[in-house]
Design a binder for this molecule. Structure first.
Ligand code: RB5
Length: 141
């Protein structure tokens, strides 16, 4: 079955979003914008991504802005979201194994493209460990 994820970015993340979609073309992407490098506001796109998860349209998503900070803050305001901002593959592995993160946040001005693609690959291929981490994740909601 084709895996489906949402992806959203502001202008700072647009180029990296295109690279991620091209590299992981086997995934069915629900692309929530933005669609150019014209300046937009990251809260709007973090909220779109969070709403798609809240509505059950997708289980996971990727959020990108310049630093990854603004769009992760925006997405995390929705209780349905656990967004983890990752700058290396170790963080990506741990945010899946320990936090059951359903959104990967990336900073396109912080993390180079090759590293970001490795981070996405790790995020996509790592399962939640459950156990003691499930108790902690449950406490988040
Ligand atoms: C936009 O210039 C920039 O502020 C945004 O992409 C992000 O880094 C915010 O956290």
């Amino acid at each position: 079955m084709t895996r489906r994820l949402a992806i959203a970015c502001d202008h700072g993340g647009y180029t990296l979003k295109k690279a991620i979609k091209a590299r992981f073309s086997d995934i069915e992407w629900l692309d929530l914008g933005t669609d150019s490098t014209e300046s937009v506001d990251y809260p709007d796109f973090g909220d779109k991504l969070a709403s798609a998860i809240e509505r059950g349209e997708v289980e996971q998503g990727i959020a990108i802005c310049g630093t990854g900070i603004g769009i992760s803050i925006a997405a995390n305001r929705n209780p349905a979201v656990r967004a983890g901002l990752c700058t290396d593959t170790e963080m990506a592995r741990l945010t899946r194994e320990h936090n059951d993160a359903n959104v990967l946040a990336l900073g396109a001005r912080i993390t180079d493209e090759a590293t970001a693609l490795d981070i996405v690959e790790t995020f996509l291929n790592t399962e939640f460990e459950g156990g003691r981490h499930a108790r902690r994740v449950d406490k988040l909601s």
